[in-house]
Unconditional design. Sequence first.
Length: 622
Amino acid sequence: MISYLQVEHISKSFGDLTLFEDLSFGIAKDQKTALIAKNGKGKTTLLNILAGKDTPDSGEVIYRNEVKVGYLSQEPVMDPESTTRDYIFHSSDEIMKAVRRYEEALISNDDRELGESIEQMDRLKAWDYEVKVKQILTQLNVGVFHRKIGSLSGGEKKRLALAEVLIQQPGFLILDEPTNHLDLNMIEWLEDHLKNHAFTLLMVTHDRYFLDRVCNDILEIDEQDLYRYKGNYSYFLKKRAERIHNQEREIEKAKNQLRKEEDWIKRMPKARGTKAKYRVDNYYHLKDVASQQKEDETMKVDFESSRLGKKIMIVRHLTKAYDDTPLIKDFSYQFNRNEKVGLIGPNGSGKTTFLNLLAGTDQPDQGSIEAGETLRIGYYRQEGMHFDEDQRVIDVARNVAEAVTMSDGKTLTAKQFLDYFLFDYDKQYVRVAKLSGGEKRRLYLLTVLLKKPNFLILDEPTNDLDIMTLNVLEDYLSHFKGCVVIVSHDRYFMDNIVDHVFAFQGQGQLKDFPGTYTQYRRQIMEGFTSSNNQLATPHKNSGNKSQKPKKKAVSYKLKKEYQQLTREIEHLEEEKQEIENQISQGGLSNDEVVKQSNRLGELTKQIDEKTLRWFELSEIME
């Protein structure tokens, strides 16, 4: 195998904090490798070193000479005065410059410039590349080229940076949390894109489905040591469990031997021969092994929640719009005890607005939300993290609660429940300013849970959390005796937690689907949805019996429209594909390219409009 990257004995420390020491590993051509470690253990620092953004204290990083490296950082640094077009097309590559010139000519409607740019595209055979650029920008919803970067949200900047690094087509791709700020459709597209293209990849991600389906090689940093697993995430879980089990056996064996050696040490005569010295050295080795402590990352987190009455929350005819765009239209629902709801839909479809309405931080245009007397809401917000950076972690927790009661009646101190969320003793006494981004997220989540809510609202709780913390959070939510409403783009997390989903389908329409995200997605991909999943039908817990609503007869007119739309969409897609092929082959004249480019725009609009109507009709069809 051709080696693309070789890392030799690198170490990195910040003051007295050692992130990793004497790490060595290699990545070969076409390997797709994931890096796994707890938050604060140096994942992002290691990626920065490999990308040349930071330097190790010792050791070296060696790339194969001709390898082009692309890097997506967790928080991309951009010039706020630049435009999105400047950022995407900043490369000095001749083909990229030609594509930029062509795109600018299309926007300016300058026929002379358009003609010259088309001739340049023909000469460089750049049409295939232009189609790829358009596909990436469309899939990641990056389309307004004149906007200044300073006006973009954090999510828009991350998608812009991801689009830029994919468009550059590097041979070696380094991605730090690429799925953050992507909606579910974007994540699935990126998954396919990385699987089906010849990237050599090194990636940090908390999305376990994404990791499982894309990566065939896993590196784990644990207690400053590096472990390698030649397989996907499922293989990693199995082999890691075996490794930890073997280590625990070694520790237990060392403890048993240590007791014997301690007895010998006490009885040992002062005059020591060579044999005695060897045995003393072995004693201290056993002592080191026996003193190791493997952290239990699957510890149950089962805090007692506030009592929840019979009446929880009733939503009546909820309606909300922004700038004449309907986000929620005439939605009614009654929440039941212990139900866990996931919200899914594209970015900008209204999910966070819906959470704000439930939490009372925003008001509806019409309708009402009636909360029960015992309702106690805990709201984890994407932008809700505010700490005094000079405070110690333990003090942040104590300011919320000195102690917390578990469901079994036991009381835990602040130190103990910080342990639950994987803050070891040393971390509890550091200043908040020294925590990593993921560790701050974990602390913020902990402060929400410590207030003993019985109705949890979680907006992207999985962003920036490591996999070990996600396992703890999943365990907590599975035992939570209250209602949970979650927005998350982590499909594995959603499938493990929720028992039904509200799907935001555009134009203010919400659909209640009794199942997981994967089940919902499977039905959408098959082109239909079960007819008993009515819009905003209150979800019934599995223990409740209810009659299925009778289906209304579908008129002949609607059936005919549905069949006609199916045929029309198919024909429009075929025409769109044919035009794209003609443009990419480069055999058209300048006037024909302009004409066909305009037709492409019309086709895309028609397909979007007809597909939306098709989905509406599919809800009531057999």
